[in-house]
Design a protein around this ligand. Structure first.
Ligand code: NAD
Length: 287
């Protein structure tokens, strides 16, 4: 039987509606939530991402504050910007659009974000929380993947999960989220020998390698759940890391590219901002 194809746009729209409804219910008597988005330099792709995030915020009732600085800004000046938004009581979430110019040093900037406002989940305190099983915020792409698995009621406990790629923004966090849900997790990277030997074991296969068409049909177990995180431009179109044509007849569930995991990333960012907001206005545990 051909795989069920996940409609990430529809799930993202449902999440946005849920966030919007909750914010509407909170609107009376509370200030609006705020997300500060910091953009450095003139990279066109980054500017587009920031615009999309701002638009998504406005649509659900989150005030987005865009802070744009030139690529020539020094690390110290950028740290001053961060300290200001950290202290701003009307800002619930802070997002630093990556990549930053090389002279700034991403790590020092990400470490300067208040962990309680770190809706991207990149601060070491939040990454550490992920390790111990009590994360404050988790990066939105892995959260979006869990949302897909849960909305499709995919059993995780006791199953073999294989993650291809171990980046800090996708591979590592999804591996830990799956571990905490009691999957047996294998993490592969570009030095892994015989990648197919591992991928063929997967009941749940998450591919985040940035290699177009890396995973082919004969590398996937019959009935596997296949999550394709890759976003690659090839021959003028967007393709994933999974060869959809050969994998979808073998999988039970698959996320397409585009229209799979991608749209969920912004939706989960909105959800994280809602969590941060509720904590800050005293309606939930301080994250
Ligand atoms: P990255 O470059 O930081 O990491 C890639 C990982 O894949 C590395 O750990 C590397 O060892 C591994 N890898 C590379 N080639 C491999 C191979 N041949 N076999 C096995 N492992 C291999 O990338 P990233 O930031 O994690 O992103 C991965 C992909 O996901 C990219 O295509 C990116 O555009 C996409 N992405 C999508 C979203 C989304 O919203 N859907 C979010 C983040 C990243």
């Amino acid at each position: 039987m051909p795989a069920q194809v996940v409609d990430g746009r529809a799930i993202a729209a449902a999440i946005r509606r849920e966030v919007q409804a909750e914010l509407k219910a909170l609107a009376a008597g509370h200030r609006p939530p705020g997300l500060a988005v910091i953009l450095v330099g003139e990279d066109a792709a980054s500017a587009t991402y920031v615009r999309n995030k701002a638009k998504a915020c406005e649509e659900v009732g989150i005030r987005s504050v865009q802070i744009h600085r030139p690529a020539t800004i020094s690390r110290e000046e950028l740290l001053t910007v961060l300290h200001t938004v950290n202290k701003d009581e009307t800002v619930d979430g802070i997002l630093v659009q990556l990549p930053l110019p090389p002279h700034i040093g991403e790590r020092s900037i990400l470490e300067a974000v208040d962990p309680a406002k770190d809706v991207d989940g990149f601060h070491p305190a939040n990454l550490g929380g992920l390790l111990t099983g009590h994360p404050l915020f988790v990066a939105s792409t892995p959260l979006g993947i869990m949302e897909v698995l849960d909305r499709f009621r995919i059993a995780i406990e006791g199953r073999d999960a294989v993650v291809v790629g171990w980046s800090t923004i996708v591979g590592k966090p999804i591996a830990f989220l799956l571990l905490h849900r009691r999957a047996t997790v294998t993490v592969c990277q570009k030095w892994t020998r015989d990648l197919d030997r591992h991928t063929r074991m997967a009941d749940i296969l998450v591919v985040a390698a940035g290699q177009p068409g890396l995973v082919k049909g004969d590398m996937v177990k019959e009935g596997a759940v296949v999550i394709d995180v890759g976003i690659n431009r090839a021959n003028g179109r967007l393709v994933g890391d999974v060869d959809f044509a050969s994998v979808s007849p073998r999988a039970s569930l698959i996320t397409p590219v585009p229209g799979g995991v991608g749209p969920l990333t912004v939706a989960m960012l909105l959800k994280n901002t809602l969590v941060a907001y509720k904590a800050r206005i005293g309606l939930a545990r301080q994250p």
